[in-house]
Design a protein around this ligand. Sequence first.
Ligand code: SF4
Length: 229
Amino acid sequence: MVFGGFEKCTLIDYPGKVACMVYTIGCNFRCPYCHNPELVDETVEVKITEDQVFDFLDERTKMLDGIVITGGEPTMHGNELIKFMKKVKEKGFLVKLDSNGTNPSVLKEAIDLKIIDYIAMDIKSPLSKYTQTVARPVDVAAIRESIALIMKSAVEYEFRTTVIKAQLSLQDFDEIGQEIKGAKKYFLQKFIPNKLLNPQFRKKATYSDEEFLLLQEKMNNYVKYCGVR
Ligand code: SF4
């Protein structure tokens, strides 16, 4: 695999762990608020090879707990991703995968092979609004399948939603809550208007702190823990 970005150390992207992070190239969604447009439209100039990542890991076996694989959408790389994760696990590192949930078969393979330790899946909106939210046609049955697969697996996980007021009404969260009912962890992520796929979204707002408290209270009726980031 070739990556479009690499961070040597992150203390915030893998809960409770010290990790490095690789960014895969390409995505099947076009979320207007995406912070990685160059990965999504595949114009990224920096390229990091798999061998470079493994050389780095070999030198850091005592310093790092694991690796975060984010994107873009990592599962678009199918077998290549699976092979990469296998090699990382063989080296003794934990693997966290960030995904938009569009490829349940890749998630299932990683879970069955026990080469994944943490899954963070985006829940972009109620399923009825997905296509509109991510600006691409979406197989919502696949999203639902990924949610079910993750929740019934023994792998640690979280679901998360980036919150933009113009995209998600307070009522929409009830529909999201129904889809992930009983989930262990769910995070509401405040939209931060910096580098965006659609620059027009820079003017969009997230909810107020008071409204986030209400949302948190609402979502805690559906999930075991709801946090705000
Ligand atoms: S936010 Fe994630 S799913 Fe959406 S376009 Fe960006 S990389 Fe793809």
